[in-house]
Design a binder for this molecule. Sequence first.
Ligand SMILES: Cc1cc2nc3c(=O)[nH]c(=O)nc-3n(C[C@H](O)[C@H](O)[C@H](O)COP(=O)(O)OP(=O)(O)OC[C@H]3O[C@@H](n4cnc5c(N)ncnc54)[C@H](O)[C@@H]3O)c2cc1C
Length: 378
Amino acid sequence: MNESKEVRHDRENPYAAKLIARKRLNKFGSNKSVFRLTFDIGELEYICGDTLAVYPKNEGSEVDPILNILQLPKDSRIEIRNNSYLIRDALIEKFCITHLTKRFLDAFARKLTDQDRSVFAEIFRGEKENQYSLLELLTRFLAVKINSDELCRLLKKMPPRLYSIASSKNAQGRYLDLIVGAVSYKNFLGNMRQGVASTYLTSRMQIGDFADVYVASSAFRLPSNVSTDIIMVGPGTGLAPFMGFLHEREYLKNFVRDVGHNWLFFGDQHRKFDFLEEDELTRLQRVGVLNILDLAFSRDQEYKIYVQDRMLEKGEELWQWLCNGAYFYVCGDAGRMAIDVKNMLKNIAIRIGGLEEEEANNWLDNLKKTGRYQEDVY
Ligand SMILES: Cc1cc2nc3c(=O)[nH]c(=O)nc-3n(C[C@H](O)[C@H](O)[C@H](O)COP(=O)(O)OP(=O)(O)OC[C@H]3O[C@@H](n4cnc5c(N)ncnc54)[C@H](O)[C@@H]3O)c2cc1C
C-alpha cells in the first residue's frame, strides 16, 4: 500500500526552498540593486501570476546588540508553540524587530520613568511610531529591561513578504525565479535602513541556503483562452510576473498554433544600467513570443519618459488591441505608476476611442469586471 501523503505547504508549514542561482540584473553604475533569484522548489505547484511568500531572517548583527543591551544570555531559550529556541535564533527568524507595534510601544512606555515617558510620548507623536526598530528604541532608552519571554510575547511575528513569481512551472519545472529589488531608505532618525526580506534575498542568503516559502495564490492570471492577445505594463520589478507569462506563452506555442500576441511596456531609469532581462527579452522577441516591446527610460533625456507616455505614443494600436479583446495587465509600484497607467488608459479611450468621460469610466470598470484589466501592484 502506498502510504505517502501529499504534504501541503502554506503559511503554517512553509517549504525549505534551496537558492540555486542569483544574478544581478542592473549593470554597474545603476542606482538600484535588482536581482533574479532561482530557487529549487521541488514539487511545489504554482500557476503563472501567483506570488511566492518568503519568510526572511533578521541580521545577526542587529540581534546581538539587542541581547547585550537587555543582558540576555545567548544560550537562554524560549518556548514558541511547544518548540524550544535559542533566544538569538528566535529573534533572527521568528519575530519582527524592525517595525514595532502599538502594543509593544504601550507596554514599553509603562516601563519608563515619568521623565522618560514624556520624551517617549514626544518621539512617538504622529506617524513615527512604526519607524523605530527595536535596537533604536533600546539604544534610546538604555535603562529599560525586558526579559526574553516578555520580549517574545510582545513582538509581532515575522511576516512573510510576497514576491511575484517570474517563471513558468510548465517551462522551468522545479526552478522558480523571482526578481527582487533591494530596499534601502533613510528613516526619520536619519539612519540608513535596509528592507529585511529584500536584503536577505539579494545579499545575505548564500547560494545553497534554504528559505522558508509557500505559494500564495493570486487572481492575476493569463486569459483562459490562449489565443487572446495580452498587453503587459511592468516597469522595474513589475517585470517579474511578465517573464513568467512570456515563458508560459512560449511553452504553449509548442502545442497550440494560435497563441495570442504579447506586448510589453517596460521602463526604468537608464537603458545602459537598468534594462532588466535585456538578453532574455531580446531572445523572446527573436523567437516571436514577445511581439512588441516598448521601453521607457525616464532619466536618459532631459525630460522624464514613463511607460504611460509610451502607451500614449502607441495609443491607436493599443486601442485597436483592446477593441479586439486584448487583456491588459499592470504590475509594480502602486503609488504613482499604477494610477498614471490607469489614467492614461482612460485618456486613450477618450482621445482615441472617442468616448465621453463617463463612458470611459464605465469601459474601464467593465474591463476590470470581466478580468480584462488586472493589477498586481505593491
Ligand atoms: C503582491 C505583491 C507582489 C510583490 N512582488 C514583488 C516583486 O516581484 N519584487 C520585489 O522586489 N518586491 C515585490 N513586492 C514587495 C515585497 O513584498 C516587499 O514589500 C519588499 O521587498 C520590501 O520588503 P522588505 O522586507 O525588504 O522591507 P521591510 O523590512 O518590510 O521594510 C519595508 C518598509 O520600510 C518602510 N520603507 C520602505 N521604504 C521607505 C522609505 N523610502 N522611506 C520610509 N520608509 C520606507 C515602509 O514602512 C515599508 O513598509 C511585492 C509585494 C506584493 C504585495
